[in-house]
Design a protein around this ligand. Sequence first.
Ligand SMILES: [Cu+2]
Length: 315
Amino acid sequence: MRRPPLGTKRRALLAGGGFIALLAGAGAYRHWAAGKEPQTGLTLHAQPRPLPPIGFSDEQGRRTGLADFRGRVVLLNIWATWCGPCREEMPTLDRLQAALGGPNFEVVALSIDSGGLQVVQAFFKQIGIRHLHPYLDTEHDAMDIGGTVVPLTLLIDAQGRELGRKVGPAKWDDPTMIELIRRQLPAAGSDDVAVSDAWARATVPGQPVGAAYLNLTSTRGATLTRIGSDAAGTVQMHAMSEDGGVMRMREVERLELPAGQTVRLAPAGTHLMLLQLKKPLRAGESIALEFTLVDKAGQSRVLRTVVPVRTAPQE
Ligand SMILES: [Cu+2]
């Protein structure tokens, strides 16, 4: 692979540095700080677009690149620790990775910091990043795809083509955004079960138990055997049934999802209880849920989703 001499790229990047900071500070950051969050802000192209080879270094200093992510959908976020809007959006990328990261999807946070890995790791530690791995643009390949303005984020398909891009920050863990990205993931067994109308009820401080409601639809039929959440120590499935003139709540270990039927987990019927809440559930925030599903062939897999916290069901 032929590339321009490193010196040329570096000079251009340094010359651009002041401009980047200025642009980010004046425009994107003010927009972000004012709370005018874009709907999703990620525009998908009509057709996937080819990308040049992009190489970078991983946290062990090994050479890797987009080619090593073939077969998975990648959200490539080009950023720097000195970029305010990048810092703001990083926790939302971490939560996106928590929600969708796995064999089908990865958030690749590619830092253009010249200070190296230590600078990035210190920042990740400072803001409590738990799911992202740091990658470094050691050879300024990010410039080849427009990474002279940061943050710049590209959604890349399993064949390594650009599906869409976003210049400037976004709320990457917004349920609308997660759904948009999920729809791009390679079709696998996990798309057999769909989650819809999901929400969790906001709690007051000190309240140890929360509840979540949603619809589950399996096209081929499956059994739900376990639910987990980042917001709670344990998640139980509860069913309400009439028993001697009272409605009694009991825990159910498994929930059948008959083929083609929508199973509703609603306040008055079967519902999810979030026990040992790690913090109050605040309206406007979101929590991650993880469903372990067993299909008709006895294969088990995990479906992850993010549900919004609300004070009441949406009209
Ligand atoms: Cu209950």
